[in-house]
Design a protein around this ligand. Sequence first.
Ligand code: ATP
Length: 239
Amino acid sequence: MTAPALTVESLDAGYGEVAVLRGVTLTAAAGQITAIIGANGAGKTTLMRALAGLIAPTAGQISVDGQPVTADPPHRRVAKGVVLVPEGRLIFPDLSVRENLMLGAIPAHARPLREASLAEVCALFPRLEERMEQAGSTLSGGEQQMLALGRGLMARPRVLLLDEPTLGLAPAIARMIFQIIPQLRDMGLTVVIAEQDLHRTLRIADRAYVLENGRVAAEGTGAEIANDPAVRRAYLGHD
Ligand code: ATP
């Protein structure tokens, strides 16, 4: 059994009076891909935001390498290597690709490594290297997703949280993103991915958790979840 990089125990979180996550418990093993799947509104984004420290849980605990981080604000989690690539990319449209990437390297541990990180990002995404001096706003949706991923990598993450990285992308670009994610795992990163493309997600996931109405309804290896009759009926549209 691989050591857990991230553990979540009995987590409750939501927005004001609105309770979304209820008793969520999960483990992301170091150097593996852990998938969070579920229908629209199941709470995937809420979970990712809670892991990044953007939402304060109302109960439960989040730990990184066995150390609690539940009370840490987002920047302190980033310093511990927990980096979120948010849904909707959120790049800076008026800044160049290079400037957007360099903003990712702000954490103290990442700054001295930023030239090496930039070279790694360019190797993964040659398209970004070609567009280094262009404004973020001039990139296609797929290129913006590459930029958001690249910016996350510039922060030298150990645990990379990817929230719906292929949402709204053309199939060819989505395929390319799904090829990159196992490469990131093979580089030693721990990846937690929330996705709506279940087929591709379950194919790359070492472990998957199904969220239903803010609760973990099923968990298993990617293959187990893909073959679970209830999951297939509810989420994959066939038995
Ligand atoms: P999707 O795949 O559609 O993005 P999701 O699984 O990521 O869905 P969340 O975005 O986590 O789901 O939303 C879970 C629930 O929380 C939904 O019922 C949603 O309406 C609610 N919710 C999300 N953001 C807020 C907010 N800022 N204030 C109140 N409720 C919210």
